[in-house]
Write a protein that binds this ligand. Structure first.
Ligand SMILES: O=C(O)[C@@H](CO)OP(=O)(O)O
Length: 248
């Protein structure tokens, strides 16, 4: 049995302001920093460790990882960063307030943009300064392959090759792995690991800062999974994520 620990970054400044974030590189809020420390404490209390870490190229996930590694005295552990673990691109919604967007377009439409498997938010225009083709961190990638928006399906399609080519290689060697990433890149991974049907994945919300442990067998099949932390607190935090676009 080998452990895969999935960790959604702590609360970001835009989570706090309830804005769509996607590929925008927003840092942790003070509360998010506390949540990262809490995640480290939960791992330590549960006797969990990791020998390799994976993260995105976005600072909210990277900083969460740094805090966890520092608190657990694991700063020597190899870290691999990839754009493939980035949050789902929210396209032209990035920066907009979720409740205001729901008031304008309807809660049902916003729910589809946030959670449906195959629905893409409106795209960023090619000339939008927020388009990833202008961002130097993606300079080595073909600009045509960079997303202007993504559905969860699109997100899964770019997460999965990285899972298969990199993360599973470490797990197969019996190395426990921590993945510090994002609400939707982790939903994509969970969909894959648990074989969640397309029409059921909309009901899944991942809260910030609670480690989600997968115990995998020799074939990397998920034998069981569970959050670390008080189950009622974790469930309440997940419900809070689901309600972010409720119309006031
Ligand atoms: O805005 C985003 O990038 C994500 C995560 O914060 O939001 P949502 O939970 O609406 O998918």
């Amino acid at each position: 049995m080998v452990a895969l620990i999935l960790l959604r970054h702590g609360e970001s400044l835009w989570n706090r302001e309830n804005r769509f974030t996607g590929w925008t590189d927003v840092d942790l809020s003070p509360r998010g920093i506390e949540e990262a420390h809490r995640a480290a404490q939960l791992l330590s209390d549960g006797g969990f460790t990791f020998r390799v870490a994976y993260t995105s190229v976005l600072k909210r996930a990277i900083r969460t990882l740094w805090i966890v590694m520092d608190d657990l005295d694991l700063m020597y552990v190899p870290v691999h960063r990839s754009w493939r673990l980035n949050e789902k691109s929210y396209g032209a919604l990035q920066g907009l307030n979720k409740q205001e967007t729901a008031a304008k377009y309807g809660a049902e439409q916003v729910h589809l943009w946030r959670r449906a498997y195959d629905v893409r938010p409106p795209p960023l225009s090619r000339d939008d300064p927020g388009h990833p083709r202008f961002d130097p961190r993606y300079a080595d990638l073909d600009p045509e392959s960079l997303p202007a928006t993504e559905s969860l399906h699109d997100t899964l399609e770019r997460v999965l090759p990285y899972w298969e080519s990199h993360i599973t290689a470490d797990l197969r060697q019996g190395k426990p792995v921590l993945v510090s990433a994002h609400g939707n890149s982790l939903r994509a991974l969970v969909k894959h690991l648990d074989g969640v049907p397309d029409d059921e994945i909309a009901g899944l919300n991942i809260p910030t800062g609670y480690p989600l442990v997968y115990e995998l067998d020799g074939d990397l099949k998920a034998v069981k999974h569970y959050y670390l932390g008080d189950p009622e607190e974790v469930a309440a935090a997940a419900r809070g994520v689901a309600r972010q676009a409720g119309v006031k």
